[in-house]
Every structure is written in structure tokens, then in C-alpha cells.
Design a protein around this ligand. Structure first.
Ligand SMILES: Nc1ncnc2c1ncn2[C@@H]1O[C@H](COP(=O)(O)OP(=O)(O)O)[C@@H](O)[C@H]1O
Ligand SMILES: [Mg+2]
Length: 269
């Protein structure tokens, strides 16, 4: 496996609570890798550590060739990583186009002076940005919404705009924290299709936090399971689904092997 993201010994404390304890994770290029676990398991904390929002108390993060104690704030895009948030973080009054273009701002090299005067480098960059936004709008089927203010759009479409903003910079690694939370079954199916497309069309490696087990089982190449900040299992969807520690974590009780119905597993939030 050509590993593009690797965590070792990641520990993160909040006061007396260990949000993450000695967590290891290896994610291969082009993989769709889900991180699952009951509420408070540390899933968002893990995404926040990988994206530099939280600085771990211990451990190392390897992204591509860079080995880091913590991802420096503002360096995420440079490392080829983009993310979405558990709660939508878009500029509600701004158009779909405008929100997606924000995903490219880190790339701009032209100075404000060059931009105001419309000097060649600024013009070139503006053209490239317009092309990149157009491409992702076509890919994610957002053309008919592009001039609309984000606030006026259905929830499922807003989540798609967030995905578009993350994808426009063509990240090597895409971190998605519950991209389907609150969606209808139809919206989830649509979102699943676009996540697959990100991998197939852009060769993006995807780290997905998701509660809906049917989506996880359907989309993921491999799954890592957290419980109380500890990695309790990892493997293929089929492997983790039948793993006794995983079943117990979701049920919160000990069950004889094989006795836990998958239905309970699917209901766990
Ligand atoms: N910013 C924070 N301040 C204090 N505690 C936090 C913070 N973020 C997460 N936690 C705690 O860390 C644990 C893991 O939370 P989180 O990573 O959000 O879990 P999940 O996303 O799996 O539901 C929880 O006990 C949560 O209360
Ligand atoms: Mg969370």
C-alpha cells in the first residue's frame, strides 16, 4: 500500500478527558477510509488533528513526505489536504461560485497591486481560478445553482457546495466530517456518488466520518473504529461489522458473539 497519511501515537487531552489515546492510522493512496464510532469517540478530534485545528499532545502525523508533530495552522492546503466541517461552514450570503472560489485563495501568488492593475500574473491566476471553479461545478452538478446565495439552497445542496469548495483545489487528501448528516436517503445516495467521483476522477484519497452504517459499508475500502478515543478495530467493512469489540462499543453492553443484530449497529449514533 502506498501510504499517503499516517498517524502514530496520537494523543489529545481536554482537561481530564482523553479525546484520543495513542491512535495509529494508515491510509493508502486513493482509498476511501471511514472513521466510525459512537458519539464522543474522538472522530471529529481526529479530523481536527489531521487538519491542524487541534495540536496533539503526543504523536506524529505524516502527510506525504512531511513528518510533523502538528500540522501548522494555514499549511493544510500546501500539504494537499482539504476538509469539510461537521456543521456547514459556508458564507451564507455569498453565491455558490463565490464560496467555491474561496477554496482557491491560498493559491494566489499575485499581489493586491498586481490584481488591481490587472497585470499578467493576476490575469492568469484569475483565469485559472475561473476554469477550476467551472470544472468542479460541472462535476458536482451545481450549474443551475451557481449564482444563488448559499442561504437560499436546500441543505443537501449546501453540503455539496462545501464538498466543491474542498475539491476545487484538487487536494490529494480530502477529510469529510459527516458530509451526510441530516440528509434524506436520496441526498445521501447523491453525495455517495460524488465522493466516489472524487476518488475516481481526481484520484483523491478520502477520510470519511459518517454515522450511516449502510453508507459506510457501501463506500469504504477500509474502516477504522474509535471508542472513547481508542482505536478498537480496523479492517475491511465486513471485518469491522462482525468484530465483537465494535458490536459491544455500539451496543454499550456485552453480548454473546454473533448475538448482536446488525440493526442495532446501524441505529447507533
Ligand atoms: N474543543 C473541545 N473542548 C473540550 N472537549 C472536547 C473538545 N472537542 C472534543 N472534546 C471532547 O472529546 C471527546 C471526543 O469528541 P469528538 O472528537 O467530537 O467525538 P465524535 O466526533 O466522535 O463525536 C468528547 O468527550 C468531547 O466532549
Ligand atoms: Mg463529531
Amino acid at each position: 500500500m502506498n501510504t499517503v497519511l499516517s498517524l502514530r501515537g496520537i494523543t489529545l487531552q481536554f482537561g481530564g478527558i482523553a479525546a484520543l489515546s495513542d491512535v495509529a492510522l494508515d491510509i493508502g493512496a486513493g482509498e476511501i477510509h471511514s472513521v466510525i464510532g459512537p458519539n464522543g469517540a474522538g472522530k471529529s478530534s481526529l479530523i481536527n488533528v489531521i487538519s491542524g485545528l487541534y495540536r496533539p499532545d503526543a504523536g506524529t502525523i505524516r502527510i506525504g513526505d512531511a513528518v510533523l508533530d502538528a500540522v501548522p495552522p494555514g499549511q493544510l492546503a500546501t500539504l494537499g489536504v482539504a476538509r469539510t466541517f461537521q456543521n456547514i461552514a459556508l458564507f451564507k450570503g455569498l453565491s455558490v461560485d463565490g464560496n467555491i472560489a474561496i477554496g482557491l485563495t491560498h493559491r494566489a501568488r499575485a499581489t493586491a497591486f498586481e490584481q488591481i492593475l490587472g497585470l499578467p500574473r493576476a490575469r492568469r491566476e484569475a483565469r485559472a481560478a475561473t476554469d477550476a471553479v467551472a470544472a468542479v461545478i460541472a462535476q458536482l452538478d451545481l450549474a443551475r445553482f451557481r449564482d444563488r446565495a448559499v442561504a437560499s439552497l436546500p441543505y443537501g445542496v449546501q453540503k455539496r457546495v462545501e464538498l466543491a469548495r474542498a475539491l476545487v483545489a484538487e487536494p490529494r487528501i480530502l477529510l469529510l466530517d459527516e458530509p451526510m448528516a441530516g440528509m434524506t436517503a436520496g441526498e445521501k445516495a447523491e453525495m455517495s456518488r460524488f465522493i466516489r467521483a472524487a476518488r475516481t476522477d481526481w484520484q483523491t484519497t478520502v477520510v470519511l466520518v459518517e454515522h450511516d452504517m449502510s453508507v459506510v459499508m457501501d463506500l469504504s475500502d477500509r474502516v477504522t473504529v474509535l471508542d472513547h478515543g481508542v482505536r478498537i478495530a480496523h479492517g475491511t467493512p465486513a471485518e469491522v461489522q462482525t468484530n465483537q469489540a465494535v458490536i459491544e462499543a455500539y451496543l454499550g453492553v456485552e453480548e454473546p458473539l454473533g448475538a448482536a443484530p446488525p440493526r442495532e449497529f446501524a441505529l447507533a449514533g
